[in-house]
Design a protein around this ligand. Structure first.
Ligand SMILES: Cc1cc2nc3c(=O)[nH]c(=O)nc-3n(C[C@H](O)[C@H](O)[C@H](O)COP(=O)(O)OP(=O)(O)OC[C@H]3O[C@@H](n4cnc5c(N)ncnc54)[C@H](O)[C@@H]3O)c2cc1C
Length: 552
């Protein structure tokens, strides 16, 4: 789109800064909801080094909603490539332990979701999201457009954007601006939002190298992640980044900065493989592993999402998945404001709901790093002696046990809940434990409305996304009239969905369950509230929760 066309639009409802996975997901979701948005990205969209590769179960559920599952499953990562995590002294050395996982294509989805997690590295996943954005007529995606600065007042924001080709500057007005502009977010800085936590965990160096025949050089077979443990402890990893010929070698490092020459890097790759061999270094990326969460995610008409709001260790693969959760939470709230049915407190609920999830996931990711580095020194680890063998057996056993927590994280992906949300109406039921490993399905307000298969073959999740859904178990639309009428009075669409399946009724545990556009439960009860308008007003952020608590 040319700048002349842009200036034809008097004001954009939403300007998104940053076209990484989170900005793309937000732009796509807004477009999918019928909202006009402009996404600006300073680069040309090429991925220099793919970072993320784990698309978690919840993100896949959003992909299901957006119609992207087929594209993810068809991405070039080989679906029969074993996903084993292997702990070893070198590829040709001792195997200390292994957590076996089949290829993604052979792993069934967990019972609690219609989707499985996927392995789809960023250079394959971003283009899928980009195509999703391109399919939305009302979203404009401009590459080589860099935010230089922006201001806001009570009416609008005004961004100054530089065209990377012509160098021209342009002022772009919008009702809302969202910074999905990564860890060094200019949007966050301009909003005056501080990051809290630990600014340096490690100085790490990632190296992508090409070696088509690496697997033939050793006896460990195909694996996804290889964690290398030496006498000094855990020192490096190699990840099968495309399941074929490209590998990501990561020198974990420490809190002390250290630069490596190409020769040093090549020596360390040979150390990890345990022999000399031919390979080509494609890229080297030194980066800092951090543990930071923004003190809040909003200031006025400006918001932050994704790495702009939380920066975490990649141990666990939570970063992008957490960011896409931010995007889905924010998107329907911006939609509500733009369409005119959102109340004065709705946008504040974004921070209230998502910042605790950011803290939780950042903390778990750092815990995973600590566990990975917990091995400590074992001077006799490589010794060809009975004592050396005993040490290897102990290290392997203890490490395998310790690492299991990082590989089984259904609780992280599905069990997050909006406990202190100002727009959910608590029903007084106790919260199930928030365990990173185990997810306990519940339709308690604030939680993700659980998945169950309907007799027609759809998932309950297929009922959610476009507007609110009021599920009725053994109830008719007439029974639900008070809430449906109250919603109509506030120009808010609620679809009534009767559900006959008794097992789903037992899972949802109340006669009526109201599910928000992001798939989280806002309210549930066995009877209609005596003041249905009060419930609707809490849910759309027009009233604080207390009155609804009394009527709920
Ligand atoms: C080694 C590694 C492995 C990882 N693995 C996983 C994983 O398996 N799963 C997972 O969920 N996460 C993983 N992560 C984390 C994940 O990569 C990030 O959380 C994710 O990329 C964040 O997405 P984002 O869109 O918020 O930010 P980014 O991907 O950083 O994108 C920000 C975008 O904003 C643009 N931008 C910045 N400033 C401006 C400006 N002024 N104007 C215009 N554009 C601007 C940038 O060019 C960039 O494209 C991993 C990270 C690392 C380092």
């Amino acid at each position: 789109m040319t700048s002349a066309e842009v200036s034809d639009q008097d004001i954009w409802p939403v300007v998104i800064v940053g076209g990484g996975p989170v900005g793309l997901a937000l732009a796509g979701d807004l477009g999918w909801r019928g909202i006009r948005a402009l996404l600006i990205e300073q680069s040309d969209g090429s991925i220099y080094q793919p970072r993320m590769d784990l698309v978690g179960v919840r993100t896949m559920e959003f992909c299901r909603r957006w119609g992207l599952v087929g594209a993810v499953e068809a991405s070039p990562y080989p679906r029969d490539y074993p996903q084993d995590n292997i702990y070893l002294t070198s590829l040709t050395g001792h195997e200390l332990g292994r957590e076996r996982f089949p290829g993604i294509g052979a792993a069934p989805p967990p019972n609690q979701s219609p989707q499985r997690r996927e392995r789809c590295p960023q250079n394959m996943f971003d283009p899928i999201l980009r195509a999703f954005v391109a399919a939305q007529d009302n979203v404009t995606l401009r590459y080589r457009a860099r935010l230089l600065s922006f201001t806001q007042d009570s009416e609008q924001t005004t961004a100054v954007v530089e065209n990377g080709d012509s160098g021209a500057h342009e002022e772009i007005p919008a009702h809302f601006i969202v910074g999905c502009d990564g860890a060094r977010s200019l949007v966050r800085e301009t909003l005056g939002i501080a990051m809290r936590g630990n600014a340096v965990l490690t100085y790490t160096t990632n190296v992508i190298f090409r070696c088509p025949h690496l697997v033939a050089l050793h006896d460990k077979g195909r694996g996804y992640r290889h964690i290398f443990i030496g006498p000094e402890g855990t020192w490096a990893t190699i990840v099968a980044i495309n399941g074929r010929d490209e590998w990501r070698f990561s020198i974990i490092g420490s809190a002390e900065q250290r630069d490596y020459s190409k020769d040093e890097i090549a020596d360390l790759i040979r150390r990890a493989v345990g022999r000399d061999f031919e390979f080509e270094i494609l890229s080297v990326l030194p980066w800092v592993r951090r543990e930071l969460v923004a003190e809040r995610y909003r200031n006025g008409r400006g918001f932050i999402a994704g790495d702009a709001a939380h920066v975490m260790s990649p141990t666990g693969g939570f970063g992008m998945n957490t960011g896409i959760g931010d995007a889905v939470d924010l998107s329907w709230k911006l939609t509500a404001m733009i369409e005119g049915w959102g109340g004065a407190h709705l946008l504040d609920s974004y921070s209230a709901e998502r910042q605790p999830v950011g803290l939780r996931n950042v903390t778990e990711a750092s815990g995973n790093l600590k566990r990975m580095l917990s091995v400590g020194k074992n001077p006799d680890l490589l010794d060809d002696t009975p004592l050396g063998a005993k040490t290897r057996e102990r290290v392997g056993r203890e490490f395998s046990e310790t690492m299991r927590r990082e590989w089984h994280t259904l609780g992280i992906h599905l069990g997050y809940r909006y406990e202190a949300s100002p727009i959910c109406v608590p029903d007084g039921s106790p919260a199930p434990p928030d365990d990173p490993r185990d997810y306990v399905p519940t339709a308690r307000p604030g939680h993700r409305a659980p998945h169950a298969w309907l007799t027609d073959g759809r998932s309950t999740l297929d009922l959610f996304g476009r507007g609110f859904a009021l599920l009725g178990f053994g109830a008719t639309a007439d029974d639900a009239a008070p809430l449906l009428d109250a919603a109509r009075q506030r120009n808010l669409q609620i679809r009534f969905v009767p559900i006959a399946e008794p097992d789903i009724a037992a899972l949802y545990a109340r006669k009526f369950v109201l599910v928000r556009p992001d798939g989280h439960v806002a309210w549930r009860d066995d009877a209609m509230p005596s003041d249905a308008l009060a419930v609707i007003d809490v849910m759309r952020g027009a009233a604080l929760q207390e009155p609804a608590r009394k009527v709920g």
